[in-house]
Write a protein that binds this ligand. Structure first.
Ligand code: HEM
Ligand SMILES: [Cu+2]
Length: 469
């Protein structure tokens, strides 16, 4: 089953990246894409990436969790079916119905329809189906962890109070618990929003509170993508020691850092509302503080741990440790750009410029995606080495080139989410946006070549491993 998941995830990423290429080409003026198609593609790309990478991480965690616990295999088959159904629904709603309200479907945008009305309801129902699948997956893993370690021990509080635990808690289980707990809570919030949307779709006269819905949507959306990153980090703590020969265990500092993350990650979403002047000022301050505190302790502890893992260690640098390590570097670079942007004084300049896709594409494309590549490679075809390493090199060069163009666009004040830059009345901004998009498209080409080479390296070997789980 895990093989089917791995293939599906990689192929989906490929398709979504091609959509990304088409968007960049449209912005470069190299391809005429009608705006309604551009926004439909952008919505599918964003929703698809967020969802696929999240479930991909859950699957990798599920697979590696077998070392410690017994999550249900049958349930993960059903989850596959649900995810497939939901994904097909989103594809039809966007590419056929041209629903284009962006990946976080901000109220009331989904209901100001320039697209087919049915596509809004299909998108809502499909996301609800995906939400059910995600919730089931998260709860099942948490159940399996609790069955083995006891619910009260999963957050490593013993390490904080100084008591000696009867059985050590793997750091993998601690970080996965933090991620899945925050994920499960906010998935429910997302489902509530979708239910409200569904009411609104049936009864258009219904008026909902736009600010409240924005808060709820970002509580869901921000947290989902944030904990996706943390699933990658959980894998890093679990797998890197295998190559360095050094344990990466829970201690008091690690336990404190990840407990802090669990609390603050639930309030960091407020940084998406800095421009909402109706929101009480205190919440803006909480947003900034929580953004720092949800990122910094976990990052510092992880960076320090990752450095001590390899410092003067006799590491055999095969594909997986290289990819995990490059992943953590991308995570740090993108994280720095993100924390900068979550600082109110800086956000005033960068809000809604290409700086924003700049930072999240960094920690995803050249951060988390590399960790996922490492995890899938370990599962699918650990024997494929030199070809996979070459693929990684091409992918990383292309990836950094591509995100650099977003940052330069942000510095040049190019706004995000423009189908074409020709409509921008300030000539220098339009010209900069267009030129940078053109360079970016070439780098995307490299990314796609890298991904195809990686896929080919895996295919070459995976028949041998088809039998695992
Ligand atoms: C080669 C890979 C990729 C390419 C070429 C690409 C390209 C793009 C482009 C051109 C945009 C629109 C930017 C704008 O003008 O606002 C975009 C938005 C976005 N991308 Fe990517 N992307 C890639 C990978 C990823 C990955 C790995 C993720 C993972 C999370 C991701 C998530 C998103 C999201 C969430 C949006 C925002 C959609 C919205 O504004 O509603 N992308 N991407
Ligand atoms: Cu956020």
């Amino acid at each position: 089953m895990v093989m089917v998941w791995a293939v599906t995830v990689i192929l989906t990423l490929l398709v979504l990246m091609v959509l990304g290429l088409l968007m960049r080409m449209s912005q470069a003026g190299a391809l005429a894409v009608r705006p309604d198609y551009f926004y439909a593609m952008m919505t599918l790309h964003g929703l698809g990436m967020a969802g696929t990478l999240f479930i991909g991480g859950v699957i990798a965690v599920w697979y590696h969790a077998f070392r410690y616990v017994q999550p249900s295999l049958a349930l993960f088959r059903w989850i596959y079916v649900l995810v497939l159904v939901g994904t097909v629904g989103v594809i039809v709603a966007t590419l056929v119905g041209r629903h284009g309200s962006g990946w976080y479907m901000l109220y009331p945008l989904p209901f100001i329809t320039t697209w087919a009305r049915w596509s809004t309801s299909l998108a809502i129902v499909s996301i609800l189906v995906l939400g059910v699948a995600w919730l089931l997956a998260q709860l099942e893993l948490l159940r399996a962890f609790a069955a083995r370690y006891g619910a009260r021990r999963l957050l490593a509080w013993e390490y904080i109070t100084g008591a000696t635990p009867q059985e050590p808690l793997p750091s993998f289980i601690l970080i996965a618990t933090v991620s899945l707990l925050a994920g499960a809570i906010t998935t429910v919030v997302g489902a509530v929003v979708m239910m409200l949307y569904l009411f609104k779709w049936f009864v258009p006269a219904l008026q909902l509170d736009a600010l409240l819905l924005k808060d709820l949507m970002f509580l869901f959306g921000h947290t989902l993508v944030n904990i996706t990153m943390y699933l990658g980090v959980a894998l890093l703590y679990e797998r890197l020691p295998l190559y360095t020969g050094r344990a990466w265990s829970v201690n008091r500092v690690v336990a404190l850092a990840w407990n802090a993350t669990l609390v603050f990650v639930l309030f960091a979403f407020l940084h998406h509302l800095y421009m909402d002047f109706a929101q009480p000022k205190a919440l803006q301050v909480i947003g900034q503080v929580a953004s720092y505190f949800s990122a910094i302790p976990a990052t510092v502890v992880t960076m320090f741990g990752a450095a001590t893992q390899v410092y003067r260690a006799d590491v055999k640098w095969s594909f997986a440790p290289i990819a995990y390590y490059l992943g953590i570097v991308g995570w740090a670079v993108g994280g720095l750009a993100a924390v900068l942007d979550s600082t109110i004084a800086v956000n005033v300049y960068f809000h809604n410029t290409l700086w924003v896709p700049g930072h999240f594409h960094t920690y995803f494309l050249v951060g988390y995606v590399l960790m996922l590549f490492a995890a899938l490679h370990e599962i699918v075809s650990p024997e494929a080495q030199s070809r996979a390493k070459a693929a990684l090199a091409v992918f990383v060069v292309g990836g950094y080139g591509f995100v650099t163009m977003f940052y330069l666009g942000g510095l040049a004040a190019v706004p995000r989410r423009y189908a074409t830059y020709q409509a921008i009345p300030i000539k220098q901004v339009a010209a900069a946006g267009q030129a940078l998009a053109g360079y970016a498209a070439w780098f995307v080409g490299l990314v796609l070549v890298g991904l195809l080479l990686y896929l080919a390296a895996l295919v070459g070997e995976w028949r041998r491993n088809w039998a695992v789980v």
